[in-house]
Design a protein around this ligand. Structure first.
Ligand SMILES: [Zn+2]
Length: 320
């Protein structure tokens, strides 16, 4: 598809980087004065849960929006200095960490995490995946596609996209790039193969990797629903996942109902546009990195029953 009027419409309205968050009320354990607002956050001495600490130095101030043509492998302006000045082609920006002095990092059962945060309530509209290496916590690659609904009239799609993405200024790039879900899945499988995380033959589960999501909705509900709408069999790599909220609850002994509340608890500033899938995925990856630095072990929290993929077994007793 031709990408037209690229520069005039390649705009986004980022959220400003907020000032440091004040301590979340849920961190207060009866002694508000116990909470230090310095780099390290102290919780009352009587608390038995793992301490929450601020992530080591990280530069949050030089944020600029990702080029959403680039994230999808379709930017035609990679050599244009004006474009580069305005838009970020470094999809790992804001996710760089110095892990050399972290004493709490523990070895993980998995080598790679695939952070995923779908967008779209009626049908999937955006499929962003960030590939993170467990050992170094570095971003290896990104897979990002806007998804065109298959059972919706053009008029409905236009209204839907204007309402959902117009406010972020990315409705044009959505229209320029969105492809159907079955095509997204074909390209995603190629991408998984390139990283040797999954091969069509022999198929089966992911190798040394797992999806990390904020909640169970993405993999438990939305992917199977979209597969039904798109008349596809559920791919075998969607059989298990890590719900970060369950890990958060069991590790910190605190309940966080969503991404924003986890970020508030950990005092990580929100970056980008909340509910733009690619930005949320990066924010969830920041939470994941922070939890790894604090010493959390990422384990599968939900698994479909073999032979009965409609049923999901939850593996933690304490769940959000
Ligand atoms: Zn670009």
């Amino acid at each position: 598809m031709m990408i037209s009027r690229f520069s005039s419409r390649c705009r986004r309205n980022p959220l400003p980087v907020p000032p440091p968050l004040s301590a979340s009320p849920s961190l207060v354990t009866g002694k508000r004065h116990c909470i230090s607002l310095s780099a390290s956050l102290h919780v009352g001495e009587e608390s038995t849960s793992a301490p929450i600490q601020a992530t080591p130095s990280r530069n949050y101030n030089r944020w600029k929006p990702l080029c959403l043509y680039y994230t999808q492998g379709r930017c035609t302006k990679v050599d244009d200095p004006l474009h580069i000045e305005k838009f970020n082609h470094n999809f790992g920006s804001g996710l760089g960490l110095d892990v050399s002095d972290s004493k709490k990092l523990r070895s993980q059962e998995l080598d790679f995490f695939l952070v995923l945060d779908l967008e779209g309530k009626v049908e999937i509209l955006e499929f962003p995946v960030l590939l993170l290496e467990a050992k170094t916590m570095s971003v290896i690659d990104i897979f990002h596609r806007f998804v065109r609904p298959s059972k919706m009239s053009e008029q409905r799609i236009n209204q839907y996209i204007e309402g959902k993405y117009g406010k972020f200024g990315v409705d044009r790039v959505w229209h320029d790039t969105a492809i159907h879900f079955n095509e997204v899945i074909l390209q995603f499988e190629e991408w998984l193969g390139k990283h040797q995380l999954w091969m069509k033959n022999p198929g089966g589960p992911l190798r040394r990797a797992a999806f990390v999501t904020c909640g169970n909705w993405d993999l438990k509900t939305k992917i199977p629903d979209q597969c039904t709408v798109s008349r596809m069999t559920l791919p075998p790599y969607f059989m298990e996942w890590i719900n970060l909220k369950d890990i958060f609850l069991n590790f910190y002994n605190r309940r966080a109902p969503g991404m924003v509340s986890m970020m508030k608890e950990l005092r990580i500033p929100l970056q980008g546009s909340h509910h733009l899938g690619i930005d949320d995925t990066k924010n969830i990856a920041r939470v994941l990195q922070h939890m790894l630095l604090d010493g959390a072990l990422m384990q599968i929290s939900a698994r479909r029953l073999p032979g009965s993929p409609g049923k999901v077994k939850f593996l933690f007793e304490n769940r959000v």
